[in-house]
Design a protein around this ligand. Structure first.
Ligand SMILES: Nc1ncnc2c1ncn2[C@@H]1O[C@H](COP(=O)(O)OP(=O)(O)OP(=O)(O)O)[C@@H](O)[C@H]1O
Ligand SMILES: [Mg+2]
Length: 314
């Protein structure tokens, strides 16, 4: 890895500030454990916001298993470079995505990334991607409370908040607690908990079957005193559509599950209307994982610039 000089670092921090100041509302999607539907939620929220006319970016910071491009049907696209920086891939004219997998194939098998290296790549994604003016950014992260979500929360001081995805089992409360504590430790507001894979309607008799139980996410939200955003059932078509790169919220519009996703999207829009993002850059909270980090977070939250006229309805 190329070592950055102090001056390089300062310049990179400045670029992050500038780029991020042009994106109004930034969210991170996190979970206590893997496979609960973070990427599914991220792409559906982003797509739903974009089809409402907002300018949206998805940043996939899952370095070991980046799969937003596949779920958005752009996995064979490759990022290009312009004078403005790295050009994201357009899924729709107003929906852009950047993911490590879009930089090109790594054929040599799994890459071992140490913490500082992960922070370095995430910094680069924030500093050098030419997102332009956006209304929303959804950051999809790997499971747990490791380097990737930590870097994002440190590097974006005015992040609106964390959306926590969990499953309905009782252990969801334990998993969600970790995510909530992580966000609180970093002074990142918790936007709410989504309970995914909650119940299943039998396709033959429409009877409700609670495969993994139901209500754990909602109970977790009550226990942890954070908002509950909604309950998404198990939906076989979600798997099929994810594999073919078609977000359910749009490609199954009119179904009950798409309606639930729409309600969650409306809650998120209502949230940003009610609560402008707080600048957490004065927070002195750090976690043990900070120790030995290559780079410090930028000192100050983005100063708002005058915005261009991105597509939006607000
Ligand atoms: N509500 C749902 N109904 C049916 N299948 C679902 C649902 N939500 C997600 N899935 C499927 O579950 C699998 C895991 O989902 P996804 O990749 O979104 O989870 P993740 O939390 O991002 O995983 P990871 O922790 O590995 O990043 C995918 O095959 C996805 O299509
Ligand atoms: Mg994922």
């Amino acid at each position: 890895m190329q070592l950055l000089t102090e001056k390089d670092r300062r310049e990179q921090d400045e670029r992050i500030k500038k780029r991020m100041s042009r994106i109004k509302y930034k969210f991170i999607v996190i979970s206590g454990k893997g496979g609960v539907g973070k990427t599914t939620v991220s792409i559906n929220l982003a797509y739903g916001l974009a089809t409402r006319g907002h300018g949206v970016g998805i940043l996939d910071v899952d370095i070991h298993g980046p799969n937003t491009p596949k779920m958005l049907g752009v996995e064979s696209a490759r990022l290009t470079f312009s004078e403005e920086g790295i050009e994201p891939i357009d899924v729709l004219p107003n929906l852009k995505v950047v993911s490590l997998s879009l930089f090109g194939q790594v054929d040599e098998g799994p890459v071992i990334w140490r913490g500082p290296l992960k922070m370095g790549i995430i910094k680069q994604m924030l500093a050098d991607v030419h997102w332009g003016d956006l209304d929303y950014m959804i950051v999809d992260s790997p499971p747990g409370t490791g380097d990737e979500p930590l870097s994002v929360c440190q590097l974006i001081p005015d992040i609106v908040g964390a959306i926590i995805v969990t499953t309905p089992q009782d252990v969801a409360i334990l998993d969600s607690r970790k995510s909530v504590l992580f966000a609180q430790k970093l002074s990142v507001p918790v936007v709410g908990i989504i309970e995914n894979m909650s119940g299943f309607a039998c396709p033959h008799c429409a009877r409700q079957i609670d495969l993994f139980g139901t209500g754990g996410g909602e109970r977790a939200a009550q226990d942890l005193k954070v908002p509950f955003l909604g309950r998404i059932p198990i939906e076989p078509d979600i798997v099929k559509l994810s594999d073919s790169g078609e977000p359910f919220v749009h490609f199954r519009k009119g179904t009950a599950t798409a309606g639930i996703l729409d309600e969650i999207i409306e809650k998120i829009i209502a949230h940003v209307r009610a609560k402008p993002p707080a600048d957490r850059s004065d927070s002195s909270e750090t976690s043990p994982a900070d120790q030995g980090r290559e780079n410090a977070a930028p000192a100050r939250g983005p100063e708002r610039e005058k915005r261009g006229s991105g597509p939006r309805r607000e």
